[in-house]
Design a protein around this ligand. Structure first.
Ligand code: CP3
Length: 350
């Protein structure tokens, strides 16, 4: 899909194009999720989480639910970062109350046994159909965000076969069999380019890369295995889809959010709440639009602290392009009323 050369009118696209807006656009990571009763009802209708991901009508429905309830400026496709490893040939299932499980790549014949990157599309076709439905049904002011996991984060699950607190199995493979580890990063990188490009062709207007475990990579490793693959994906997507805005989220990068902003080439850097908005306004926002970074716990605790922190973040970033969001996904124990309070506070006239 080619993008119109005329200036964008949707708020999210304007912020990503570098415009400083009086009220920043807002959306929320995991905005379709278990804190919403309507999400839980649709998931029950689908049977389980993965069936929901692969049912285009129901996946589109849960994507639209938070838009109807709150009027967010952006909508993020309902899917999961682990659908790509599944499309590459690993088994994937979710254990209720625990999280994802995959057949670890080391027990599946390694990278050589994975499917080639361009063989993922048949498996992922339902996701592209969800995007097409959303492109038709979203309100005209709402931007549709597609996404994928960044290669390092996806690799940590493919290597360990599950979520790990410190990503130790992935670090071990990196140290003990670097060629195999790098081949895996390359395969995921290529598959991610294919996957996101197909999302854009189906109607995604922006794409976001989630590197949720970037914070466990140190020094050169952060450059080589988080920043460099995201830079390669960003460059290739922008070559294929001129004007496509990209958001990169190297979660836990700390001071190195600055290098990430310089080197990835993304239009926007998503910040977690491990950095202060004042620091990020000074060091990251001059390089790229920033997204974030209210701590998710405020969606549970609410009250005056939520109001104060929302205003603090809005004010700290008011001198440049900013997309308001949480520092990480909203949690299942969040109170839907607190989400409404955050939005109301953000949009209040100063
Ligand atoms: O943000 C959105 O609303 C879009 C959809 C989305 C989901 N997962 C849906 C989901 C997105 C963007 C993701 C990204 C994702 N998935 C990441 C990166 C972002 C992050 O949170 O750090 C990761 C690491 C995953 C892998 C994953 N999926 C895990 C570890 C889990 C289990 C933990 C949990 O919250 O249950 C999931 C499940 C998952 N993905 C749920 C949702 C709504 C909950 C599933 C359910 O309904 O039971």
């Amino acid at each position: 899909m080619t993008h119109a050369p005329t200036p964008p009118s949707k708020l999210l696209l304007r912020a990503l194009a570098g415009e400083t807006l009086p009220v920043p656009p807002i959306w929320m990571m995991r905005q379709a999720g278990r804190y919403l009763p309507e999400y839980r009802a649709t998931r029950a209708q689908a049977g389980d989480f993965l069936s929901l991901c692969y049912n285009p009508d129901l996946a589109a429905e849960v994507t639209l639910q938070p838009i109807r309830r709150y009027g967010f400026d952006a909508s993020i496709l309902f899917a999961d970062i682990l659908l790509v490893p599944q499309a590459l040939g690993l088994d994937l299932w979710f254990v209720t109350g625990e999280g994802p499980r995959l057949s670890p790549i080391t027990e599946k014949g390694g990278v050589a046994a994975l499917k080639p990157a361009d063989a993922i599309h048949e498996h992922l076709a339902p996701v592209y159909e969800t995007v097409r439905i959303l492109a038709r049904e979203l309100p005209s002011e709402t931007t549709l965000i597609g996404f994928a996991g960044a290669p390092w984060t996806v690799a940590t699950y493919m290597i360990a076969g599950r979520g790990t607190p410190d990503q130790a199995p992935a670090h071990t493979l990196k140290e003990e069999n670097r060629p195999e580890f790098e081949a895996l990063i390359d395969r995921i990188t290529e598959a991610t380019i294919e996957y996101l490009s197909a999302q854009v062709k189906a109607g995604a207007e922006v794409v976001k890369l989630f590197d949720s475990w970037a914070g466990s990579l140190r020094d050169d490793d952060l450059d080589r295995y988080s920043i460099a693959p995201m830079a390669r994906i960003t460059a290739e997507l922008k070559a294929r889809h001129p004007g496509l805005p990209v958001i990169a989220f190297p979660r836990g990068a700390g001071e190195r959010f600055v290098d990430a902003a310089r080197a990835i080439g993304a239009d926007c850097i998503a910040l977690d709440d491990g950095v202060s908005p004042e620091w990020a306004a000074e060091h990251v926002q001059p390089i790229a639009c920033v997204q974030g970074n209210l701590a998710s716990r405020h969606m549970v605790t609410g009250g005056q602290e939520l109001i104060d922190e929302t205003r603090r973040i809005r004010d700290a970033f008011s001198g440049g392009p900013h997309v308001f969001n949480l520092g990480h996904g909203i949690t299942p124990d969040a109170d839907p009323e607190n989400v409404a309070l955050m939005i109301e506070t953000l949009r209040e006239t100063r």
